[in-house]
Design a protein around this ligand. Structure first.
Ligand code: AMP
Ligand code: ZN
Length: 138
């Protein structure tokens, strides 16, 4: 898509540090790593978000994420990998080309703030009402 920086990365118009590639996906190093080894996996065909991406591309991204997460364990000695994916400006999606973050954690390394949220028991009536709304919309 015109003007999309990740489409430009796929075309080689913007440099990137390649980690993995197949027919449908491209994985490369995030240039603002949250932790060392932070990697992005993107579909080669432009889709903006989870609502738009075709299932075949989504499956390819998940298959690739399994490979890359394995390589993070083997190659970096990661003892955990956080997978994060944002949809919409309201949840801080900055680049509007679907991307799947893989963030490896090193033994003894710093915690990821986003994975250390505090558990607070919810209101079961609200939990059930929301579950029903989602379920009915499927
Ligand atoms: P978000 O849209 O909030 O999920 O995050 C976009 C991510 O893309 C951020 O982690 C950026 O550091 C990353 N990013 C933006 N431009 C580039 C680039 N040219 N090469 C690698 N990573 C990038
Ligand atoms: Zn794009």
């Amino acid at each position: 898509m015109e003007g999309c920086i990740f489409c430009k990365i796929i075309k080689g118009e913007i440099p990137s540090t390649r980690i993995y590639e197949d027919e449908k996906v491209y994985a490369f190093a995030d240039i603002n790593p949250i932790l060392e080894g932070h990697t992005l996996i993107i579909p080669k065909r432009h889709s903006e978000n989870l609502w738009e991406i075709p299932e075949a591309d989504l499956s390819a991204i998940h298959a690739a994420s399994k490979k890359v997460a394995g390589a993070m364990k083997k190659g970096l000695g990661a003892d955990g990998v956080a997978c994060v994916q944002l949809n919409g400006k309201s949840v801080n999606q900055v680049v509007m080309h679907y991307h799947f973050h893989l963030i490896p954690h090193q033994p003894g390394g710093p915690d990821l703030p986003m994975t250390a949220w505090k558990l607070m028991p919810g209101d079961m009536d609200k939990i059930k009402a929301n579950a029903e709304k989602i379920s009915r919309a499927l």
